[in-house]
Design a binder for this molecule. Sequence first.
Ligand SMILES: [Zn+2]
Length: 663
Amino acid sequence: MSNTLNIHSKAITNNSESPNVKLKSINFGDCKWTSGFWAEKTKTATDVMVPYMGQVLCGDVGHALNNFKIAAGEKEGEHQGMYWHDGDFYKFMEAKTYVYGLNKNKKLLEELDEYIRIIGKAQEDDGYLQTQIQLSDEADRYENRKYHEMYNTGHLLISACVHYRITGQRNFLDIAIKHAELLYTMFMPENKHYGRFGFNQTQIMGLVELYRTVKESKYLVLAEKFINNRGKYDVVHDSTTEGYPIGDMVQERTPFRISNEAVGHAVLALYYYAGAADVYAETGETALIDALDRLWDNVTTKKMYVTGAVGQAHYGASASRDMIEEGFIDAYMMPNMTAYNETCANLCNAMFSQRMLGIHGDAKYADIIELVLYNSGLSGISVEGKDYFYANPLRMVNNTRNYDAHKDVTETPNREPYLDCFCCPPNIVRTIAKVSGWAYSLSKNGVSVNLYGSNDLNTTLLDGSNIKLSQDSDYPWKGLVKLTVEECKNEAFEIALRIPGWAKKNVQLSVNGEPTGINLKPASFAKISRNWKAGDVITLDMPIETTFIEGHPRIEEVRNQLAIKRGPIVYCVETPDLPANTSILDVYFPHKSELKANYNPDFLGGVTTITTELKIRQDKDDALYHEITKPSFEKVDVQLVPYFAWSNRGQAEMTVWLPVLWE
Ligand SMILES: [Zn+2]
């Protein structure tokens, strides 16, 4: 697109020249949170999350930088960590790069330069860079997909592209290019051995970003090739696949373009779908977008939790009877206590939706981004910013699960300061650090407001004209948003404000105090097109009420239960707020109970809690089945806390869904 000014190439996902994208990304750093929820989370990311993670990963506990040092010949020792540890270090570097992009602290840049120097030295002459293989006699390069080489590659390419865009430096990018060149020579020729690679396919997103960065079309061709390879080969174990389930687990039973159902490992699936969306953004192939639409619908209307979380089971099976780990099972099968809901999967759900938002320009995708961010994404990290959840169940009951059986992995009753499988922590931290880059998009002649919170936007429209907006809001605790035009062009343009799906009642939108008369439909953009001038004020008032949420009747696990939601925030009951020794399984919700919201600035980092009256069941019986006449209850006043903020007060029991007493 030679006639377009490519001045928006510094975005998280640089779709500035992607022909099939309606809403283009803003350059990272053009939006900065100024106060409120995301400003505080970003500050925690800057002051605590990233420095703490740096200590862990660059020290002997995390050992991630050590792996590169050893491969570079600068340290003695052995590889430690999972096969995908390199990739998780690249994600940490990406988080650190975003923080640098926001505060331009030179020290961060120098530290990144030092990591990059070591990584460059660890890279082999032909571009290969995988410390889990380089430092081990266990396997040769590209021998078996279980070694996660594609995953590490993807995060290397993404992190390096982001680093180049934000810093303008080529040192990391050059490593990525050298690596991608090797990938092309290995994986482009038709070959069954390599054709079944791509266990966790972040390399597709990475290759498209690299294509966008250096304009080398073969990277896009290779990205598409990885999609085309899926479903091409017989689903039987061979030397490249041993070690993990095959088939639907890895989305290789059905070719992408005829897929109707989200299957398999949820992180694998959603990184794959996000990558396919990136490919579609460039190629515009109808079969790809049709499949993406079907898969997005399937995920969000049949297999997603009320928190935006995905991946219902640690172990299960697909409809084709393929074994599934950490992934999707049947539609409407939504266990709460045993829900896996890996933080990465939830964040991938937002990443997939962020790409679909760009492609279709439809606000329903931003609703999913918001749902994940405020609930199943943020639940992956403590309020303090140093402890992590990998699995994000919707109900936690102590002593009912054998956590030791899973202790080599991921399901923990408490947040942990380090996880041996470290994929989720840098994923949530990089997401928190980059949310400002998702807050706005650029439309054909204007700007869309995707996420709310106080911030300053200083960017250019697609025609190159300057625009400055300031947003003032206590979102998500309050639904009032004030958007002031600080600077803009003289010609008319459009400002589109997202009306969230939850904002169903009494929403009002005015400009300079005058109602706009626009039909304010939930889950849509309200588009105001006019001649704007500095000083114009848009006021969007979305009264936030506390609401009850009911699940589809086919979700057996939530029948006659409700969840409590206020705006985008899902609430839960946690045992620190109940009388001592109360089991979460004995808590019931009398439907006539009043719900009172209170903002508590000094509690859990500043949250709105909800106080209400619950009933605690008094009669107990431990038998598998027993006769019952009428249960007895005791009333108790309780505060509900946002789901994302649970497990910050010691080990606790928790539930999102509450059985209802219809009185
Ligand atoms: Zn993860």
